[in-house]
Each structure stands twice: as C-alpha cells, then as structure tokens.
Design a protein around this ligand. Structure first.
Ligand SMILES: [Zn+2]
Length: 405
C-alpha cells in the first residue's frame, strides 16, 4: 500500500499539468450558450491512452444544439480480480465563468499559486476527474491488478440536467444495481463526511402581469415590480413558517426556499414595469411532501391577486422527490470509509445535501451511491480553485478503495 501512495505522490506534477491543460478547454452546455464537451472529451481520451485501461468506451448522446451534434460520455475500465465494479463518476462539463470582473485571473488560463490551481471548473469537477484517472495510472505503473473493476465514468451535461450524460448512461444500462458508485462532486467538511442522502428539489417560476406605463402615473398602471416584491415577501414568510423541520444530517438542516433569477424588466428608469418574472429554487427535506410546498406558492398567488389588480401565473419545473438514502452498511460506504481512514486517518461521518449531484439518478434505481471528495466547496464561484494536495489525497483513496481487502 505504501508503494501505491508513493506512486501517487510522484505523479503530483503530472496531475497538476493535466488539470491545467483541461481547464484551457471549455466545456459548457448549450443551455448556457456553450458548444458542449466534445473537445474536452478528446483531450481526455488522448491523455488516458497509456494509462492502462483495458477498455475505453464512448456513449455519445445526440444533441443537435451543439456544433458537433453529440454530448460525449466516456467509460474507461481497468479490470480487477473480481466481478464487482467500483464506478467513479465525474463530469466534464462546466458552468460559465460568470462576471469576469469578479475574477482575479483568467478563468480559462489557469494559474498555480500556493498549492492551488485557479480556473473555471478546477474544483467542479476537474479535480476529481483527474484524481480518478490517475488512480488507475498509479496501479498500472506498479503492475498491480485491483480487486474491483475500476470503471472511470466521465459524463457530459451534469450542470444542466444530466439527460445527455448520466441519464443517457443509465438508459444504456452501463451502471447496475450491484455496482459501487462514488460521485466525487461534492464535499462535506472537506472530505470528512460522505453524503448518502439528498433533499428533494423544485423550481418555481412566477409571472406577474401588470400594466406598463409612465412612472409619473402609477394610478393608471399596475406596477408588476411592486407586486412581485409583495409576493416574494409573503411566500418567503409562509414557506419558512410552515416548513421548519430540521434534519441534522443536512447542512443547513432545514429546507431552503430561495428567490433567485429575475428576468430584466423595462430598460429605462421612467417606466413602470408591466411584467416581472421571478424564479425560486427550493430544496426540501425528504420528510416533506412537495405538494404542500406547491400549495404554499399557489395560496400566495391567490392572496396577492386578491390584493392587487395584477395577474399571477406560476409554473413548476425540475420537480424531483428525494430518493431513498444509500444504506450506511452498503459496500460502497463501508469500503470508502475504510479507504479514507487509511489514507487520511480520518473516520468519515455521514451527511445529506441540498441535492444537485447525479447521485439522485443512481439512488432512484437502487444503486448504492456515495458522494464524496475533498474540496473547498467553490463550485460556480469566481476564483474557483482546486487544492493540489486534495487531488493527490483523493487519488490515493480511489486507488486504495479499488485494491479491496
Ligand atoms: Zn459538479
């Protein structure tokens, strides 16, 4: 085991270089006006060519919204001594950089400083992708055959719904019930906890129709901006009043109901906006019925419509009930715990999250899935970075896991 850990330490510089090269190749989905993941997938395929995988399969999903027409998914397998599969699922796609003013460096020209690699997608999910493939490389270079088949899965479309990524792979039957799935795409407590359960999710779109007009004559118009403000205050209060339950496995332990995106209204200051569109992102504890949450939005709609002359429509989307939690005594959780303890000395605890990883799709199909990696939780933020030490450490954990008893 010491040899494996030493081997991984030796590869530190290569891992760093690979991540930095990958960051230079953008991989943004069409929903975010990107051209998809094809170029990045080709980079990865070339990179792992001599890593010692026994097979590399591609499961491209067709998508005519991207220039290449495909959303690539890679399944690279190193065979083990047994039939059991350790499946490590990371994603190739990234989110856009956001406001460039907020970045101290170019998000697509990575910078290494103080042991950190800065760039968009460095942590989400580049770090884990690199650590998973190098775990295979380390064993190959030592001529060690793992106990479990190592299936390194790298998907598209994680950031915008997973239909062309994990969804496509599940349709194709690539990942099965007795597989042990690790999704290194979220970190609790910088790797000291393993996530086994998630909240349910719901997006709500509220459309307020008022009457646009000159700002000097509010009495002749219906200010949709004022109406949406009232609506937000009301529904915010109601939701937080009605759903106060807590579950300590989660952080935060309560359900969350956040007003997020607002569409632009009028372009000028002296017009009263006649229409407002506001979104809410809800993450709800598994014990709460989503129908009750929807009813709270509907009741607020009724009340505000009665109090104002505006018309309000609401639309629900991305509704997803929370799946059954992955059992604590499942092989994947137990093996992962053992590997983490051996590499870091930490006895990992268990946790739940607010949703948002592909684990949900696996758990729905009763595939035991552990979400784990070590990171700082900088996903989607400006000045996102990956900690090189964490990338090396997680690589050791994956290698250790694959070696079995
Ligand atoms: Zn991610």
């Amino acid at each position: 085991m010491e040899e494996v850990f030493e081997k991984v330490d030796e590869m530190e510089e290569d891992m760093k270089d690979s991540l930095m090269k990958m960051i230079r190749i953008s991989a943004i989905g069409p929903e975010n006006d990107g051209e998809g993941e094809k170029e990045r997938a080709e980079f990865i395929l070339e990179l792992i060519d001599d890593f010692g995988f026994d097979s590399v399969e591609r499961y491209d999903a067709e998508d005519d919204r991207v220039p290449s027409g495909i959303r690539p998914n890679i399944v690279a397998t190193k065979e083990g001594e047994t039939d059991k599969n350790l499946v490590i699922v990371s994603h190739m796609d990234i989110v856009p950089e956001g406001d460039l003013e907020e970045w101290d460096t170019d998000p697509f020209d990575p910078v290494f400083e103080d042991g950190k690699i800065y760039g968009r997608g460095a942590e989400d999910n580049g770090q884990a992708l690199i650590s998973s493939i190098y775990a295979v490389k380390a064993l190959t270079e030592l001529g060690v055959k793992p106990e479990y088949n190592m299936k390194i899965v790298m998907v598209s479309d994680e950031e915008t719904g997973s239909q062309y990524g994990v969804g496509h792979l599940l349709e194709e039957g690539v990942i099965k019930k007795d597989d042990m799935v690790v999704v290194p795409d979220h970190s609790e407590d910088e790797g000291k906890k393993i996530e086994i359960v998630e909240k349910a999710g719901l997006w709500v779109k509220i459309i307020v129709q008022g009457k646009q007009g000159h700002a000097a004559f509010p009495d002749q118009n219906i200010n949709a901006n004022r109406v949406i403000a009232r609506y937000q205050n009301l529904v915010d209060e109601e939701l937080h009043h009605e759903f106060q339950q807590e579950d300590e496995l989660f952080s935060p332990p309560q359900s969350t109901f956040e007003p997020t995106k607002r569409l632009a209204n009028v372009p000028n200051v002296n017009s009263i906006p006649g229409k407002e569109v506001q979104y809410f992102d809800c993450r709800v504890l598994p014990s709460i019925d989503l129908e009750r949450v929807k009813a709270t939005f509907q009741n607020a709609t009724k009340q505000i419509e009665e109090e104002t002359d505006a018309e309000i429509d609401i639309e629900f989307s991305k509704e997803s009930e929370a799946p059954e939690r992955t059992p604590e005594d499942s092989d994947v959780v137990q093996n992962l715990k053992k590997a983490i303890e051996e590499v870091t000395g930490v006895e990992a605890g268990l946790a739940g999250i607010g949703g948002g990883t592909v684990a949900k799709g696996f758990r729905r199909r009763d595939i035991p899935t552990a979400v784990w990696c070590s990171n700082k939780g900088l996903a989607h933020q400006p000045n996102e970075y990956a900690v090189l030490d964490y990338m090396v450490k997680d690589c050791k954990v994956f290698a250790r896991f694959a070696l079995g008893e």
